[in-house]
Design a binder for this molecule. Structure first.
Ligand code: NAD
Ligand code: HJL
Length: 271
């Protein structure tokens, strides 16, 4: 009876595939490839051939095939935190846990290998409640409870919902927006040494803007063999210009590797 030893939902990512990908992620959650003020930042998402993350804003769209989905969960097992914007939290009601065989809740002890979910929600748009998947999983011991980064106060009820399962609202910054320097500094102060940033469109485009793209250490992108068409959630960061006004590339990856995974291909590179 295989199900007695291996939880039904657990995913497996084969070691021969992980050896290529692992060159681009922190070797373990306790290792330090980071400065004390910034965690190691992996930007990772799945895109279509026309650079879209989803068919339309607010629509969850499966792009990754089973092999690259397992790869994403392998990445989740190897980062201290996983970060998304509230647009994704609202659209997807994501689990934000790791379902690789052997991590805590999926055959392993405690919450070993489970990343801390971070949701950027400056104005409290995400109605996190007892039915939110990430809250239910935390209550069941199959994932960590989320930390929600905000600019202002939130109601007592939502505070209790998160605190009851070990999460919290974290008020950061004094301005009108959550700045990447502040977000990453707070993660480092809280002892998180690595973070994978999954999206969605606003989060990725703002991080890849010319002023903050240097904060990214590595990029791991799943390219799915499909076109989503106009009106999608596109990855297209702000343009960069030199002092004369001439347009330049925003950035180009170094040390690039393409890893085929099923029908998808995974692009790994360093900023
Ligand atoms: N294919 C993928 O890998 C993937 C990954 C994630 C999300 N998605 C899809 O993307 C869509 C959601 O994307 P989106 O762009 O609407 O929302 P998003 O997830 O990027 O969230 C945007 C919100 O985050 C908040 N935010 C806080 N700090 C920010 C900062 N520094 N920069 C930018 N935003 C900040 C803002 O309130 C903003 O409105 C959904 O359809 C989801 O299914 C796809
Ligand atoms: N790698 C990847 N491939 C996809 O095809 C896709 N749609 C996402 N989307 C990322 C986004 O962060 C989603 O919200 C989570 O992937 C939800 O997944 P979970 O419920 O946490 O497993 N990511």
């Amino acid at each position: 009876m295989a199900n007695m030893t291996k939880p039904r939902e657990a995913l497996v990512f084969p070691p021969d595939k992980s050896s290529s990908i692992d060159l681009y992620i922190p070797p373990s959650s306790t290792s330090s490839q980071s400065t004390p003020t910034k965690p190691f930042v992996t930007l990772t998402y799945a895109t279509s051939l026309d650079s879209s993350l989803a068919l339309s804003p607010g629509v969850q769209t499966a792009l990754s095939g089973p092999e690259s989905k397992a790869m994403t969960h392998h990445l989740r097992s190897r980062h201290d935190a996983i970060l998304i914007g509230c647009g994704t939290a609202i659209a997807d009601d994501p689990s934000l846990n790791c379902r690789i065989e052997g991590v805590g809740g999926y055959g392993g002890k405690g919450l070993e290998g489970q990343p801390r979910p971070i949701v950027l929600d400056p104005r409290g748009r995400w109605d996190v409640n007892h039915e939110s998947k990430v809250v239910k999983l935390a209550a069941e011991g199959r994932g960590k409870a989320p930390w929600v980064f905000t600019l202002g106060e939130v109601g007592h009820e939502r505070n209790h919902i998160l605190e009851d399962v070990g999460g919290q609202f974290v008020r950061i910054g004094g301005g009108d927006v959550l700045e990447w320097d502040d977000i990453l500094r707070v993660l480092a102060e809280k002892g998180l040494k690595s973070v994978m940033i999954e999206g969605g469109g606003h989060v990725i485009n703002s991080l890849l803007s010319p002023k903050t793209a240097h904060l990214v250490d590595t990029v791991i992108i799943t390219l799915a063999p499909t076109w989503l068409g106009k009106g999608g959630v596109a990855v297209i960061p702000d343009e960069r210009r030199d002092e004369q006004g001439t347009k330049l590339a925003v950035g180009r990856l170094k040390d690039v590797k393409w890893v085929p995974l099923g029908e998808d291909v995974v692009l790994c590179g360093r900023m």
